[in-house]
Design a protein around this ligand. Structure first.
Ligand code: SF4
Length: 499
């Protein structure tokens, strides 16, 4: 579908905190089928698929040495616990499906060794403002295993009590006693996987979880004083329809989580083996899937949730919404965050750290992870050392995704560049997006409109040098000239990496 006229409504604001209005959602619904919505989530820039094996342990040690030189600064930690009792068919995570707690006992032993090994290079005991246990299913660990990991963390780090310490939990496997243990360990935020409450959808994705189970966990979290309860939903799953998903949304709204993520299901059975168990014929058609998304955004914003960006929503008094209003929202590997400016250490199999301008990702398999630690080595698999250009582009993409505006003068002063010279191809590529009403361009600012916020990845992709190089390579392979100054920009290739 083509939209010929620019979509600009007088009075529409571009501030990141502005809620998408009904007209924005209607424009989005019309525009989305012809705009490629696939693309990186930019939880890092460059994205993880650019990491390479030339980055090795020595590079990560150099990053840790730089981090140690700033020992007064707090840190952020990510721990990956890869085990799950059951497989959910939609899953694209790096996980190990097992019921055997001996496997997690062994893993915890190695995790403690890795924590101790890394801590040795940090110049002393460091404060931690943010920690996140992800997976897999972190609550797969039994009480003793969980305590052992936390003891290791507290031996080497000072987990600040006013920091954000979050854990992803599977409501099917957690009872009140376990919730009390999590609170006693110092965790103060929980994130619950829900996906969909419809029984037929749940059967099709092999994740049967009742409303009552979920409600019990939410009630326990409130009673125990957890500061934040967040929930994940997924749209685009088999047997979903607008009406059915709306019923799930109503049940979720009744629980009033502080934060909500509504992710799009990407059916990639050639990449994720578990997805081969999903009947592609039962997936909602693209138009229905879009209607589900639009209806959900409309309902959540009407219920008082603030649209944070991409697939995230928060209550107005939640830290994310506050950070967005104050223009200090950031992105890290967990998505939108209030404390993303710190060096982040990643522990566990496949975990990614971001330290002193470098990304480092751990071994993807348990065997490789264990072998490296047995040899006394950091289990680095691959990584990336950012250039000055990467750092600048990361800042631009972060600003667009979080705060929805680029102040050109401020960027020029901060980074010592002439924006129009440095980003001439990008400015050309933004023009058609401006014509579609996704951005507003002036000599001083690039503003993402409320409509553009719904497609903000598409705007951010303009500043991704590596995607541009991919397009140039693809254009050369097809014999299409792409580099002539002033030439029309080569169309974006369909981009379907899941990162
Ligand atoms: S979705 Fe979560 S609980 Fe389900 S298999 Fe994947 S990691 Fe495990």
């Amino acid at each position: 579908m083509a939209i010929s006229a620019p979509i600009h409504r007088p009075g529409a604001t571009s501030a990141a905190a502005a809620a998408p209005e009904r007209a924005d959602l209607a424009d989005f619904r019309a525009l989305a089928p012809r705009i490629d919505m696939h693309g990186p989530r930019y939880t890092s820039y460059p994205t993880a698929d650019r990491f390479h094996g030339g980055f090795a342990e020595g590079d990560y040690l150099a990053a840790l040495a730089d981090c140690a030189a700033r020992r007064g600064e707090p840190l952020s930690l990510y721990l990956h616990i890869p085990f799950c009792d059951n497989v959910c068919y939609y899953c694209g995570c790096n996980k190990v499906v097992t019921r055997d707690r001996r496997r997690s006992a062994r893993y915890v032993d190695y995790l403690r060794r890795e924590i101790a090994l890394v801590a040795r290079h940090l110049g002393g005991r460091r404060a931690v403002m943010q920690s996140h246990w992800g997976g897999g299913t972190p609550t797969f660990l039994d009480d003793g295993q969980m305590r052992a990991v936390m003891d290791a963390l507290r031996t080497h780090f000072d987990l600040l009590p006013d920091g954000e310490h979050a854990i992803e939990i599977d409501p099917r496997r957690v009872d009140e006693a376990r919730m009390a243990q999590l609170a006693a360990l110092g965790l103060n935020r929980v994130s619950l996987g829900v996906q969909d409450f419809d029984p037929e959808v749940q059967r099709a994705i092999h994740r049967e979880q009742s409303v009552e189970q979920t409600q019990r966990v939410v009630d326990a979290a409130r009673r125990l004083g957890f500061q934040s309860v967040s929930m994940d939903l997924i749209y685009g799953l088999p047997h979903q329809s607008t009406a059915r998903f709306a019923a799930t949304v109503e049940r979720v709204l009744a629980m009033r989580p502080d934060r909500l993520s509504v992710y799009s299901y990407a059916h990639l059975p050639h990449v994720f083996k578990a997805q081969r168990r999903i009947d592609a014929g039962a997936l909602p058609a693209p138009g229905e899937k879009l209607d589900i998304l639009v209806g959900t955004i409309e309902r959540l914003t009407a219920a008082g949730y603030v649209y944070i960006g991409m697939d995230h929503f928060a209550l107005p008094d939640d830290g994310l919404a506050l950070a967005q209003r104050q223009g200090r929202l950031q992105r890290n590997f967990q998505g939108y965050a209030t404390h993303a400016g710190y060096d982040q250490l990643g522990f566990g199999v496949s975990a990614i750290g971001a330290v002193a301008g470098r990304y480092a990702q751990n071994a993807r398999t348990l065997d490789d992870y264990y072998a490296a630690l047995d040899a006394g080595r950091l289990p680095v698999w691959r990584g990336f050392a950012m250039s000055a250009d990467d750092t600048l582009r990361k800042a631009l993409i972060g600003e667009l995704m979080c705060n929805g505006v680029l102040d050109i003068g401020a960027i020029e002063r901060r980074h010592g560049v002439v924006f129009a010279d440095e980003f001439a191809p990008e400015l050309r590529e933004l023009r058609p997006l401006a014509a579609d009403g996704l951005v507003r361009l002036t000599p001083q600012r690039i503003e993402v409109t409320p409509l553009g916020r719904l497609l903000v990845r598409r705007v951010a992709m303009v500043f991704d040098r590596y995607l541009r190089e991919d397009r140039a390579d693809e254009g050369r392979a097809r014999g299409v000239p792409t580099a002539a100054p002033g030439a029309a920009v080569a169309p974006l290739v369909r981009y379907s990496r899941v990162v």
